[in-house]
Design a protein around this ligand. Structure first.
Ligand code: GLA
Length: 361
């Protein structure tokens, strides 16, 4: 009995080896397998652009998104100070290695420096002044990278978390009303008419949020505001989205004539709970074989769907390179390790990676 089991085990391991050897060309990366589908991107910081992580990026990806370097806080910390160093290093790396760049982002309620909303006496500024600052920020940043950045997340996360509300009650909204969204797109289009302009948000596959994002985008399209595409951030988990929710979302946004990109993909092994700060009951923060299997299945499911919509989907970007470092290690539960990506803590492809590249061409 034992022997039979052992023989079976050896046999199946050999089979696995043979199958993998037949179908995996180790010289190829994600970007090559997906060449006829969409660009494959990754969010990076300057520290990733040397050594083994840089090699992995060059082999696997065809597009970069700066994880933080182009956000308003880091790039424009004071009114007359722009800090170009990190953003430049990412754009230069991309140019050198023939990668595309997505700019991220121009207008958001987070990581915006305090000075942006205040005058020199600390008083909140008027709508007119705020829009002038937004205009100057967008023109300065987009001009610097004109021709080197093909797409921009212009407005990030303007929809409120509470399903009962429409737009988020951010300072942008309090000072400008809905106009800040319209203006941000108009300025961006004027600054670089060739750039593809995105509205980017999370939980876009949840039916109630999808409807609110749709309402906003329809309003903008009807008013001829230059918004060209929608970014599904895709901070997904083993629980969501369902296949149907994902398909419905892509179709709904495509019906407005918009392109779709998956802009911040990771598949958390924990449910999405933004307010949680403590471990869940019974949770040890371990990547168990059961969680791994479920993650493999989820990756397969979402990539099968994304390939089926290749006419609409123009890019898929992962949020971080490997499980060695992911923003989800610290968020929302401090210190809880997560394993949401296709490369492991040693930068090696995980089983889910093979699931993603093994498909009928
Ligand atoms: C949002 C933002 C990203 C990033 C992630 C978390 O999705 O768009 O820039 O900050 O949160 O890392």
């Amino acid at each position: 009995m034992r022997r039979t089991l052992l023989a079976l085990l050896i046999g199946s391991t050999l089979m696995l080896r043979i199958t993998v050897a037949q179908t995996v060309d180790t010289a190829k990366g994600l970007k090559d397998y997906y060449k006829k589908y969409f660009s494959m991107g990754v969010a990076v910081a300057p520290r990733h652009l040397a050594g083994p992580q840089a090699n992995l990026i060059i082999k696997q990806f065809s597009s970069l998104t700066p994880e933080n370097a182009m956000k308003m806080g880091p790039i424009h910390p004071r009114e007359n100070t722009y800090n170009w160093r990190d953003a430049d290093s990412i754009v230069n790396f991309a140019q050198k290695h023939g990668l595309k760049v997505r700019g991220h982002n121009l207008c958001w309620h987070e990581q915006t420096p305090n000075w942006f909303f205040k005058d020199s006496t600390g008083k909140q500024i008027t709508k007119e002044v705020l829009l002038k600052r937004l205009h100057d920020h967008i023109f300065t940043v987009m001009n610097r990278y004109k021709g080197k950045i093909y797409a921009w997340d212009v407005v990030n996360e303007a929809i409120d978390d509470n399903p009962a509300n429409f737009l988020r009650n951010s300072l942008w909204y309090q000072i400008c009303g809905e106009d800040f969204i319209v203006k941000a797109f108009e300025y961006a289009h004027e600054a670089d008419p060739k750039a593809v302009l995105f509205y980017n948000d999370y939980n876009t596959e949840r039916p109630e949020k999808m409807e609110r994002v749709y309402k906003l985008l329809k309003k903008l399209r009807d008013a001829k505001v230059p918004v060209h595409a929608v970014g599904l951030q895709a901070h997904w988990s083993l629980e969501e989205p369902s296949a149907t929710e994902l398909r419905n979302t892509i179709e709904k946004f495509a019906s407005l004539g918009l392109k779709v990109q998956i802009t911040e993909l990771d598949i958390s092994i924990y449910p999405w709970e933004k307010e949680r700060r403590a471990l869940r009951p019974g949770e040890k923060g371990e990547y168990t074989p059961e969680l791994e299997q479920r993650q493999i299945a989820k990756y397969k499911e979402v990539f099968d769907i994304m390939r089926a919509y290749k006419k609409v989907i123009t890019g898929v970007t992962f949020w971080n390179i490997s499980d060695q470092y992911t923003w989800l290690d610290e968020y929302p539960v401090r210190g809880r390790k997560n394993y949401p990506l296709l490369f492991d803590t040693n930068l090696q492809p995980k089983k889910a990676y093979y699931e993603v590249i093994n498909f009928k061409k």
